[in-house]
Design a binder for this molecule. Structure first.
Ligand SMILES: Cc1cc2nc3c(=O)[nH]c(=O)nc-3n(C[C@H](O)[C@H](O)[C@H](O)COP(=O)(O)OP(=O)(O)OC[C@H]3O[C@@H](n4cnc5c(N)ncnc54)[C@H](O)[C@@H]3O)c2cc1C
Length: 371
């Protein structure tokens, strides 16, 4: 009998956790390592809307649709961590957001994901506590979207796995055809395969190959306690994203605030106050909206906006795994990557997301089979 493959997963955010979970389920000997930089973990700061509605690139749409399906397929195994498929309202109040709403609805309908432009009155009936300064021009409705509790989901995937708290600083080939990981404390270890799911931390790991470039910005969410349930669905307006977060709890986020406060690391409190002010203005009859937790985290995005998934052609055994919308994609990408590592079956849906590796310089995309 052959010994199980020894796979080291670096990074225990949602992508690393899901991959480690599936590797272990499929019989690998998994070592999970995380630098435990909680304040630098994207997963902890995520708005965690699980959706197929927000993409425009056809390959990404196909991937996200399948990722949402994956959540439905495994819902019975997730228990309390299961996605709440509440649907999402996207509220357009100006010409730009109107164009986005119409484009998303058309795209979702044409590929069978489901979406419609709702009469504004229907939206008001569904979310009666919400008041907008500017009346909506249109409200797009995506019934297949939902939200997840990212920490509950992460905990689910980590169940039964042991984690080592260490920071990797280098990965290199070792003489025996394996890979060697060097840690910040100077210790080294050999392994058959490495999955690099370190998110924004990846830039700190020295590699003999250039990895796909990541663009790292930062984002904020504010978890709130409220006197009543503010919304029953995920609602995105140009000023504020808000979703339920359990009974009398809501989560607040704004892309605009993320951009405004991205460069100043001292302003988390101010960003949170701005989000809370917007929420209080939008829900004037809701009573108290009190912050329970303010979280700032990095948002690592592969520079071309697409996930990067797969083995390096130059450093065999080294697998890259990075993605924006990682909450939506993690269960699917984790399962597909684990299968690929252990069986070499490469699911065609990942073909557009293969990084093309160089010894140095730019990394571009390649398509499976083209190398
Ligand atoms: C404000 C905000 C809103 C978002 N909204 C959504 C959304 O609505 N829907 C959606 O799908 N996605 C959303 N995202 C994106 C999503 O949260 C991320 O894509 C996802 O969490 C990335 O997960 P990850 O596992 O790659 O990274 P992370 O969660 O950052 O995990 C990386 C882990 O690697 C560890 N690490 C780092 N360096 C090292 C090292 N050298 N050695 C060992 N370990 C290391 C870190 O400690 C960390 O635990 C949002 C993100 C933000 C910030």
């Amino acid at each position: 009998m052959t010994a199980p493959a020894r796979v080291t997963v670096l990074g225990a955010g949602i992508l690393g956790a899901a991959t480690a979970h599936h590797l272990a389920r499929q019989g690998a000997h998994v070592t999970l390592i995380d630098a435990d930089t909680r304040d630098a973990r994207s997963t902890t700061a995520s708005f965690a809307c699980v959706n197929g509605s927000a993409k425009s690139d056809p390959d990404l749409c196909a991937l996200n649709d399948r990722a949402v399906e994956e959540y439905r397929r495994i819902a019975h195994t997730l228990g309390a961590a299961a996605v709440r498929f509440t649907g999402q309202h996207f509220v357009a109040t100006g010409p730009d957001s109107l164009r986005i709403a119409e484009r998303r609805v058309n795209a979702a309908c044409s590929r069978g994901y489901g979406g419609e432009i709702l009469p504004v009155g229907t939206f008001r009936e569904r979310e009666p506590h919400l008041r907008l300064d500017t009346p909506p021009l249109a409200v797009a409705w995506f019934p297949a979207d939902g939200w997840a509790d990212p920490e509950a989901l992460r905990a689910h995937f980590l169940t039964g796995l042991t984690m080592q708290h260490r920071k990797a600083i280098a990965i290199s080939p070792s003489g025996s055809g394996r890979l060697q990981i060097t840690f910040a404390d100077g210790d080294r270890t050999d392994t058959d395969r490495v999955v690099d799911a370190t998110g924004a931390g990846a830039a700190d790991i020295e590699l003999p190959v250039s990895r796909p470039p990541l663009h790292v910005t930062s984002g904020f969410v504010v978890a709130t306690d409220t006197d009543r349930d503010l919304v029953t669905t995920v609602v995105r307006t140009p000023q504020l994203g808000i979703r339920p977060d359990g009974p009398r709890r809501a989560l607040l986020h704004s892309h605009e605030i993320d951009r405004l406060f991205d460069h100043d690391r001292t302003t988390a409190e101010l960003a949170a106050e701005t989000l809370l002010d917007r929420a209080r203005r939008m829900f004037p009859d809701a009573g108290h909206i009190t912050p329970r937790r303010i979280t700032r985290g990095p948002r690592p995005t592969p520079a071309d906006g697409k996930p990067a998934v797969g083995e390096s052609a130059i450093l065999p055994g080294y697998y890259e795994l990075s993605a924006h919308s990682g909450i939506t994609l993690a269960p699917l990408l984790g399962r597909l990557l684990a299968t690929e590592i252990l069986t070499e079956f490469r699911d065609p849906i990942l073909s557009p997301f293969r990084p093309d590796w160089g010894l140095s310089g730019n990394v571009t995309r390649s398509v499976d089979g083209a190398r």
